[in-house]
Design a protein around this ligand. Structure first.
Ligand code: F6R
Length: 587
């Protein structure tokens, strides 16, 4: 059922209220409808709505146990009938689901005659459990049997009127148990649990858990033996997962970036050195990632080539399989991911490991699937990233790769200096006056039909990332190009007043990128120059102090801010772009 949010509690003063606030924290995962079911007076009661969560309280009775869900539609449209929780025919069983049940068409045949309220794959599972309960009197065992029949990457949580516990099962999508004796909870992510507990257990694929206020029993689907899981302590604070006075998470996270980089410069040197050593040792190296993270990987490819003289390939998660012939026991797979739950990235790592390769990941969420799957993990320590559009995690990944590249060249201290320079440059960009100017530019260009972003070398991935940020939060068509490619076709699209962002840093790309920009200007395009010095051909100038190899970091920050203000100028909520979800846990 897509990339949804799950939140549940077993013993709260007011489960409906707590779940509603938990769901609000999870809305970034998917948000075209939501629903909650609680167990009140021995009966199940529910509330479901389409659209964003617009209410401040539920109309549910006070109750102790409940489950809630935010939905990002995959199977079936955005309707109340398709919103979760789903019920069985008796109304005694409620189920929430994240993922896609690949074999739902086969399973549907097994519940012929049952009354289905919507068209989702999820609802079929609720009815299958109902059917199973006719012979199997234990809910935990009934769910276990049904989940075994499902195919795909999923997470299910089931509540039943007649049983004093919840059942949670994971075959792919993330599920975290919030360990709070007397009041255990469940969620799709750690950040939403922080106000309740910092002790968590990450369910593994193939595990099923019985959760009551004072019971957490975990088994695998295939055995009745209890699995003793490690309780992990999360060191994020509840405040770090809040907007801290900023109007949006995106802006808050943009402003977090100087401290994220300072932290990396101070505490990641050792790990970056280790990464450099692993790269030096491996025969062929692939960085795999999706979306913004894949642009961080591409930036890394340029940085390793330029700084360390080392070929490190980057591949998009969903395309990695096509390199099969090159992945073996001497390969190194470096996975980059904020969430650590992106299915294409995870599958790439599994694929590489199956062929004997070593896997190191750069990941922000401790305990995430990618963290657990990898041989080694370098945590980004960027703090929770909640806006759908990734910002600080991108910078953190690039900064760590930059340090590793310098480490390979035995110049780690220089890498640290460059990151500190970039941090200072970013502080200048985040200054009030600079931001005011960016806001003005955004208002000027808010009606643009499309925008182009040009860069060469490491500024090429910066251009791709800038374009992605602008597209996803402002819905303006934006394309990033290697400046030299323009004349090979794209220039046909440039006409009068097409805004064109040009990254022209103080490196070997400067002259060539300026001449690429000239080609645009000659056709009526407007040039917004992002550079260490003004140039007469810039129609608008956004200064970014030279920070050596790390200039990509402040350059991207300029684009992040512009994207943010473009969204505001167009009356959009940058934190919740349409059609997008933070954690892409479906293929
Ligand atoms: C864009 C964005 C996405 C993610 C991508 C990978 O702003 O956030 O493109 O970068 O879905 O996500 P992670 O890094 O969690 O693997």
């Amino acid at each position: 059922m897509g990339m949804c949010g799950i939140f549940a509690t077993t013993n709260d003063q007011d489960a409906g209220k707590t779940i509603l606030s938990g769901l609000k924290k999870l809305e970034y995962r998917g948000y075209d409808s939501w629903g909650i079911a609680v167990k009140g007076g021995g009966k199940l009661r529910s509330q479901k709505q389409t659209g964003r969560i617009a209410v401040s309280k539920t109309n549910l009775p006070k109750s102790k146990m409940g489950i809630g869900h935010t939905r990002w539609a995959t199977h079936g449209g955005v309707t109340i009938g398709n919103a979760h929780p789903h019920f069985d025919c008796t109304g005694k069983l409620a189920l929430i689901h994240n993922g896609i049940v690949d074999n739902y068409q086969d399973l549907e045949k097994k519940v012929k005659g049952h009354e289905l309220a919507g068209e989702t794959d999820s609802e079929i599972i609720a009815h299958l459990i109902e059917k199973e309960l006719k012979t199997e009197k234990d809910l935990f065992l009934a769910v276990k049997k049904v989940v075994r029949l499902t195919e795909g990457y999923n997470a299910f949580v089931v509540m039943h009127q007649d049983f004093p516990y919840l059942v949670a099962a994971k075959t792919g999508s993330p599920l975290v148990i919030g360990v709070k004796p007397g009041e255990n909870l469940l969620s799709s992510d750690v950040a939403s649990l922080l106000g309740h507990t910092k002790q968590v257990i990450f369910l593994e694929d193939g595990q099923i858990a019985k959760i009551a206020p004072d019971v957490i029993r975990i088994e695998s689907y295939t055995s009745a033996k209890e699995i003793k899981s490690v309780v992990q302590t999360i060191n994020w604070t509840a405040k770090s997962a809040s907007k801290s006075g900023f109007p949006h998470f995106m802006l808050k996270e943009i402003y977090d970036q100087p401290s994220v980089l300072t932290n990396i410069a101070e505490s990641k040197v050792k790990e970056a050195r280790e990464l450099g050593k692993a790269i030096a040792k491996a025969k062929n190296i692939f960085m795999v990632a999706c979306g913004t993270a894949s642009y961080a990987a591409l930036a890394g490819q340029y940085l390793f080539a330029g700084i360390a003289g080392k070929q490190v390939n980057s591949a998009i998660g969903s395309e990695f399989y096509y390199y099969d012939g090159f992945i073996n026991t001497r390969s190194l797979c470096i996975a980059l991911s904020q969430s650590g739950e992106t299915i294409d990235t995870l599958q790439s790592v599994k694929f590489a490991k199956d062929r004997g390769a070593k896997a190191i990941s750069l990941v922000n969420v401790k305990g995430s699937s990618l963290d657990r799957l990898s041989d080694e993990t370098i945590l980004l320590t960027a703090g929770p990233e909640k806006a759908v559009a990734s910002t600080k995690a991108f910078l953190a990944k690039v900064a760590i790769l930059l340090l590793a590249a310098h480490a390979m060249n035995r110049k780690t201290p220089h890498g640290v200096i460059e990151i500190k320079q970039a941090t200072r440059a970013i502080r200048r960009i985040l200054d009030f006056k600079y931001q005011k100017y960016l806001k003005k530019l955004a208002v000027k260009f808010k009606h643009s039909h499309s925008m182009f972003i040009l860069g060469r070398g490491v500024s090429y991935p910066a251009a791709l990332e800038a374009a992605l940020k602008i597209k996803e939060v402002s819905y303006i068509h934006a394309e990033g190009f290697a400046a030299g490619e323009l004349k090979h076709g794209v220039i046909a699209l440039v006409n009068q007043n097409t805004p064109c962002l040009v990254f022209a840093p103080n490196d070997e790309t400067y002259r060539d990128v300026i001449s690429g920009a000239m080609e645009v200007k000659a056709r009526g395009g407007l040039i917004i120059g992002i550079s260490h010095k003004p140039n007469p051909m810039f129609d608008f100038y956004l200064p970014v102090p030279d920070s050596g190899n790390s200039t990509i970091l402040p350059n991207v920050v300029v684009a992040q801010c512009l994207a943010y203000y473009l969204a505001l100028a167009r009356g959009l909520d940058p934190d919740m772009p349409r059609n997008l979800a933070k954690s892409v846990t479906v293929k």
